[in-house]
Design a protein around this ligand. Structure first.
Ligand code: FAD
Length: 318
């Protein structure tokens, strides 16, 4: 392996094809990014490795082993370190998913590398990410030879799939090393609800809605549109105002409706990760500096409790 830039993805787990194509786009913007090598870690899935090489044109190294069936941070990290050998990549990129966020710092510590997470912008070697729940953006420049980066899903346009030439594929078996933990199982989140996925319009409630009773206004607004669903930020679900089936975000569902109306949602990266792919975003928030306005196509600076009743009245034709 002699690539300066590596992308780490899972064979069978949380890195989706879309996120992988976004990572390739991002990696090519890095100084010396060129044609990154994609390292797939998991159990032997020949089809995934060949398909990845064909759709990206990148070289693919598939690390396989029976012990890599379920994500385990120690086993996955050891597999990547074994594959690296004496190679010193300048950049190692992962998706900012639960796995990526778990694996990146472990790799960085082992490699003595800088670790920059949730990256959503790039200019040369300067990487940008949101801080303070999305209220500000911060720029970081690495100070080590190797940098491990996690990239926010949806932040970069995906590489158009299918290239003329498929990249070369290498399958390499890695042996299990001593592990202090064993992954017993990974269960699908039973809270997920298909109605959000299928909806063309999602009206989402954030903590700014204020009370459980005010959720009825969100339901009523959603009811105005055909094929609409009610979404929520995590605090709204944690408070029990809506069930977790409605949660949008990195630990909820990822949605991309035609219209997303965010009501009283601040725009934290974990929420944005689940909805920034929406075709049209309208945000209603009392704070003109709320981070959500940086991502919304239309912003309404209003108190929901006065604005929504008037809007609903208008929509009822009153
Ligand atoms: C590991 C991890 C995973 C997470 N996963 C998710 C996830 O999947 N989804 C998710 O949503 N969050 C997730 N979070 C939480 C996330 O970081 C934020 O805390 C959360 O998104 C904030 O929700 P919110 O915008 O509803 O609330 P707040 O950040 O409290 O924002 C409320 C907003 O409402 C506005 N407001 C207040 N009153 C009014 C009013 N009367 N009228 C109009 N606007 C008003 C305020 O100006 C503010 O902007 C996660 C956090 C962690 C650490």
């Amino acid at each position: 392996m002699d690539s300066l830039t590596l992308i780490i993805a899972e064979q069978d787990g949380s890195t989706t094809s879309q996120e992988l194509l976004e990572l390739v786009s991002f990696a090519r913007m890095l100084p010396g990014g060129g044609n990154p090598t994609i390292v797939l870690v998991g159990t032997a899935r020949k089809d995934r490795a060949e398909k990845t090489a064909a759709t990206t044109g990148c070289p693919v190294l598939a690390l396989t082993g029976d012990h890599l069936g379920l994500y385990n941070p120690e086993a996955f990290c050891d597999a990547v370190l074994e594959a690296l050998g004496d190679t010193e990549p300048a950049w190692i990129c992962l998706a900012h998913t639960s796995t990526g966020v778990d694996l990146a710092p472990r790799l960085a510590v082992n490699l003595g590398a800088t670790c920059i997470t949730a990256v959503e912008g790039i200019s040369g070697t300067t990487l940008t990410r949101a801080v303070c729940a999305g209220r500000y953006c911060a720029d970081f420049t690495p100070s080590t030879a190797c940098t491990v980066v996690t990239v926010l899903p949806g932040a970069f346009p995906p590489l158009p799939a299918s290239t003329d030439t498929a990249g070369p594929v290498e399958h390499r078996a890695v042996s299990p090393g001593p592990c202090r933990s064993r992954t017993l199982g990974i269960a699908e989140n039973t809270h997920r609800d298909s109605s959000l996925k299928d909806a063309e319009v999602i009206v989402s409630a954030g903590r700014g809605v204020g009370t459980r009773e005010n959720i009825s206004m969100i339901r009523e607004l959603a009811g105005v549109f055909p094929r609409a669903a009610v979404g929520a930020s995590r605090p709204v679900c944690d408070l029990g105002w809506l069930g977790y089936a409605h949660q949008v975000g990195s630990t909820g569902q990822t949605v991309s409706p035609k219209l997303y109306i965010a009501c009283g949602i601040s725009g934290a990266i974990q929420h944005l990760a689940g909805m920034r792919g929406s075709q049209l975003i309208i945000a209603i928030n009392a704070d003109p500096d709320a981070a959500i306005f940086r991502f919304a196509h239309y912003g309404i600076v209003e108190d929901l409790t006065t604005f929504l009743p008037i809007l609903l009245e208008e929509l009822r034709g009153g």
